[in-house]
Each structure stands twice: as C-alpha cells, then as structure tokens.
Design a protein around this ligand. Structure first.
Ligand SMILES: [Zn+2]
Length: 406
C-alpha cells in the first residue's frame, strides 16, 4: 500500500514538474472536445445566468487551470491596473496617485493580517472612494496572486485585499505624488519572530483522556502564550493554527522556515503506564549512525549517540548560534521550575515538525494526560497560564542570549 502511494505520488510529482505526458494531453484534448460538443445543453441550463460562449470559455479555463496550477483563482481578475493604482513588481510596492486632490488618512489605516488564509486587508479612509476602480487585479509574481479593491461609499473608505503567495506585512508611506504601500518580510519589522505550533487539531485530536482532547489543551496554552507575546512589541508570534483545524505536519514546519526565528510545538503527553509523569522536551539533530532509524517518522530516540558526540554542541557554541537542543533545554528548565512536574529531560527525536524545521525547533510535552493527577491540573486555566508564562520567559531568555542571526 505504502509503495503504491509512493509510486502515485512520484507520478503526480513528475506531471507537476515535467508538464503533462502526451497521453494525458490527448485525454484532456478529448475532454475539451466533448465539452464543446455538449455546449448547447450546458448553455441552455445556464441560459439565465450567462451567455453560452462565456460558459464554454470558463469551463475550458477551469480544466486548463486545474491541470496547470491548482492554486490560481479562476475568477479571472483583470491584468491591467487602473491609472491611479500601480504595482511595481521590482520594489513590491503599490502606488495610489494623489491626482485630483485625492487624500487618504494613513494613520487611520486598519490592518487585518489573515495569514492563515494567505490574505492581508488594509482599509483606508479616503476623500473619494471611487478614485480607484473596484475589482480584482492579477499580479502572479512571487509575492502576490492578486489584489482586490472594494469601494465603501458609506464611510468613504477603500479596502485592499492582498492575496499572497508568501507571508507578508505592509508598510504605508507617502511622497509628493503618491501614497505608497510596500510589502515587507515580518523580520523587517520585528527583531524576534516565533512560530508556535499547537499540536494536532481538527480531525486529529491527539491523545484523548477522560473526554479531554490534547488538541484543545495545546491550543489553550498557545492562546495564553499569544496574549503574553502581544504585549511585547519586539516579538511577533505566528501560529500554525489558532482554532480547531487540521494542518499538515510539513506545512507547520514550512511556516516556521518561512517567517520564524524559532519554532515551538506544544503538546501534552500520554502513555500506557498511567504512573508516567512529568515534562519532557524534544529537539532533532541528524546523526549519521546506523542505530538511528530516521525513516521512522513517529519514533526515533537517538539520545545515546548524541550524548557521545558533543562536537555538535561545540560547533553551535563557537558560532554563538542557538541549537534545537539549546532551545529545548531552556524551555525544559523554565517549564520544570515554574510548573513543578518531574523533569524528564530533553531528547533527540525525529518528530516530523522538528525534522523539517530549518530553524531551531523544539517540541514540548507539558505533562501526561494519561496520569489522572497531571490531567486534572493541566485541564485548568491556571495551569495553562502558568505553562504559557514559562514558555514566554524561555522566549525572553533565548532572545537575550541568542539574537537571531539575520
Ligand atoms: Zn501530541
């Protein structure tokens, strides 16, 4: 089964990278011909909503888009920007001209960073909301898919929705002729960025004990941690999820690699032995050693070879860089001293989110849900605030000792 999936996967990969194989191209051609042949029937069905010609075009576009690039919106935004609204793909800036006495209040701008939806919305109060045409304008470069303009005549504002290919923030400024909206990487604004990963979620609850789901506990601690970080203007936190949704393991690591200085995955433990108690933290460091089965995504404990191989620690210390192990050790110490559960120490383990992280990453197991005493404590807001405070203090310590090497 696994082999079949692998073969299927590599075949899809080949199609994506090499384009469509001749036989597949023939098949699509056949489908297109069929659709064109059936067009009068489809046109009749949609007669009230659209002329049949358009319907045929959009169906063909749909198929071409599905085969070429599934992430492209098929609503066909306009390619040409209006004269008052320009995009410079070199500078990654948008300019709204000040012609005809047009003004905007940049200080009153409302920013909505919907990074989980790959969108960023800026709403600006203006002297004339119809200064820029409304509609969606196509970009399709490495930063943007498109930008949508909505005129709100009721409060004389304009809403710009940026459909993003990468996670970005926006700086607003003006010069003599234009208002300028520039896309920036979050590291241009924040000295320190942490990506927090509440483990599991959606259809994957993680451990479930006495009706308590691990995914909910992980999220509760994360939300408390966000409250603390939001009060510190030097630190920006992004989360892999902020509600009960499913997120792929590699996608979680990818977000960390895209924007983070460090990655912290929050979990709660569980074991068959109900006496098992305490806090443990994980990091991953690849060691070329036959005794480590790094192909096993779920379980690999390679503490022993690591302990004998302090060369890795030395390398990091000499470069004044934070290692995943260093990060795990700081978090472990803060958690144990503030929560008071037993210290189960740090371990090298090939968890997927750690394996795919290219930044210092740790996975924290805050205590055992399978232990009734620890579960009772962990299922309280008091504990969740305490755990969040310990992680936050760990962040401050990491930040002070290891400023990100950007
Ligand atoms: Zn977990």
């Amino acid at each position: 089964m696994k082999d079949t999936l692998k073969r299927l996967h590599s075949r899809v990969q080949r199609i994506i990278t090499n384009g469509i194989a001749p036989s597949a191209a023939l098949f699509i051609f056949y489908i297109l011909i069929t659709i064109i042949a059936l067009q009068p029937i489809a046109g009749a069905a949609h007669a009230s909503s659209a002329p049949s010609g358009n319907s045929s075009g959009s169906l063909i576009n749909t198929i071409l888009n599905l085969t070429a690039e599934p992430s492209i919106d098929i609503s066909e935004p306009r390619i040409v920007f209006p004269s008052n609204f320009q995009y410079d793909s070199e500078e990654k800036t948008f300019r709204i001209s000040k012609t005809n006495g047009f003004t905007m209040d940049l200080n009153q701008a409302v920013h909505m960073d919907l990074y989980h939806q790959h969108q960023y919305i800026i709403t600006l109060t203006t002297s004339n909301p119809s200064h820029i045409d409304s509609g969606e304008f196509s970009i399709l470069d490495d930063y943007f898919q498109s930008v949508s303009v909505v005129q709100n005549t009721r409060d004389s504002s304009i809403s710009l929705t940026f459909h993003l290919q990468q996670l970005k923030l926006f700086d607003l400024s003006e010069d003599e002729n234009d208002y300028i909206i520039r896309a920036i990487h979050p590291s241009e604004r924040y000295p320190f960025i942490v990506v927090i990963d509440p483990g599991h979620g959606g259809n994957q609850p993680g451990a479930v004990q006495s009706g308590v789901r691990e995914s909910d506990l992980n999220l509760a601690v994360t939300l408390q941690l966000l409250d603390l970080i939001e009060q510190n203007e030097n630190i920006r936190a992004y989360t892999t999820r902020n509600s009960d949704t499913s997120v792929g393991l590699r996608a979680r690591a990818r977000l960390g690699n895209e924007v983070g200085d460090i990655f912290i995955s929050i979990h709660h433990n569980s074991a068959l032995n109900r006496n098992a108690r305490g806090i443990e933290s994980f990091y991953f460091y690849y060691i070329p050693d036959d005794s480590c089965d790094y192909n096993d995504d779920d379980y690999c404990d390679c503490d022993e070879p690591y302990e004998e191989n302090n060369i890795y620690d030395d390398l990091y210390d000499n470069a004044h860089l934070l290692s995943g192990r260093g990060l795990a050790e700081i978090m472990q110490r803060q958690l144990v001293s503030q929560i008071g559960f037993p210290d189960r120490r740090v371990h090298n383990r090939a968890f997927v989110v750690l394996q795919y992280s290219e930044i210092p990453a740790t996975l924290l197991e805050l205590g055992f849900m399978s232990n009734s005493q620890e579960l009772a404590v962990m299922n309280t807001e008091t504990f969740q605030r305490q755990a969040a405070q310990a992680i936050y203090d760990g962040l401050l310590e990491v930040f002070a000792l290891y400023p990100p090497p950007r």
